[in-house]
Design a binder for this molecule. Structure first.
Ligand SMILES: [Zn+2]
Length: 156
């Protein structure tokens, strides 16, 4: 199986400054997840089965949140954290897997978006995200980082 190379485009409109642009949707096939980075200019993917960090981070997030946290909240937290543990883009931005869009003009996260109609598609080859920094952490450091990342996400 190859990572997806054809993406349905979403329209996006910033509620803060009114800027409109097109962005990519997650292919949603379950095997590959898409991460956007650097004001949507870079597109990464993670192989959810082959990439060991994917299940590892999920386990650590689950552990940190505890069994009483509803599944939807655990998934949300995981999506928010995963991009942050990945190596950064060359421009110093983090990848984001949360599907939350950020205005490419003013940086606001108050963005409306939805599928283009009639549907428009983009053809591109996403890069596989790496997490060498994460891989070199000890189990204890990983646990600590997840707690810190979750605390920051909660404040947003
Ligand atoms: Zn804006």
């Amino acid at each position: 199986m190859n990572p997806p190379s054809r993406f349905l485009l979403f329209w996006a409109r910033c509620r803060s400054c009114g800027h409109e642009w097109k962005t990519l949707s997650d292919p949603g096939d379950g095997r590959y997840r898409i991460l956007l980075g650097g004001a949507n200019n870079s597109v990464g993917y993670v192989d959810t089965i082959e990439d060991s960090a994917f299940s590892e981070v999920y386990r650590l997030v689950e552990q940190a949140l505890g069994p009483d946290t509803p599944l939807a909240d655990r998934l949300d937290a995981f999506d928010g954290v995963f991009g942050l543990i990945c190596d950064m883009n060359p421009d110093g931005s983090h990848f984001d897997m949360s599907g939350k869009r950020r205005c490419i003009r003013c940086g606001s996260t108050s963005v409306d978006f939805g599928p283009t109609e009639p549907p428009e598609y983009a053809e591109l080859i996403p890069v596989q995200v790496t997490h060498e920094r994460w891989d070199n952490l000890t189990e204890k450091q990983k646990h600590k980082e997840i707690l810190e990342r979750l605390a920051v996400l909660r404040k947003k």
